[in-house]
Design a protein around this ligand. Sequence first.
Ligand code: SF4
Ligand code: SF4
Length: 260
Amino acid sequence: MEVDRREFLVRGGKYLMLFGGASAAWEFVLAGTPEKAPDYDAKRHWWAFFIDIEKCIGCGNCVRACKAENGVLQEPFYFRTWVERYHIPPRDPANPEREEHPVVDSPNGGYDGFPERYPEGDGSKNFFVPKMCNHCHNSPCVQVCPVGATFDSPDGVVLVDKSYCLGCRYCVQACPYGCRYIDPRSNTVDKCTLCYHRITKGLTTACCESCPTGARLLGDLRDPADPIHELLRKHKVQVLKPNLATGAKNYYAGLDGSVR
Ligand code: SF4
Ligand code: SF4
């Protein structure tokens, strides 16, 4: 008797299903037949992101490219990637010991860039931080999904099988980085797929391709020739919220300790 995928997932444990499902190009994942995907062996890749804070100019190209590439809703509540501006005021000479808290803004997720707000040379520190799903290796979202719709693929990408997503929002609440939202068109969860439909064809993500300064770079940690290895050797990098041990794979260079 043929066992359907949901039954297989429940009976056999989700990792069995996910291993087959994730070795697929994205359209095959969507079609529910990931095992049929050609020309891409997920086990040969382990994707990660390198983000150089000093290079980000807050132009918003990445946000616009992501929305266009992935059909993300235009309203300013829906983002697969967004950019935040951090402003750390200068120290108060009368109270130099006092730690200044950053002021963070992200108008329309940085989609339109950032209007000038802080004068140069006033002693403040200002920088931009691109954010998106961290494709965590120990992802809280995968752990809480009651039906296995959110899953890890063998290439280190966290994906959602929308045909199983209940729209229950458990994962939205579980993600400590605020990377998920419910798409009202389908009432299922949405987030960055690392442009799976592109990377499985040998392309980079839309956000990396559109970044004019090379602040964002997709890298394959299983490919010894990938430039990401050199970048990780040369820069001091850190991930967001390392205390949560999510196994986040977005490596930030030049990240200020005030970034959350
Ligand atoms: S950043 Fe959030 S949505 Fe992405 S894998 Fe981690 S917990 Fe899941
Ligand atoms: S496209 Fe590059 S420089 Fe522009 S906001 Fe995005 S990461 Fe920063």
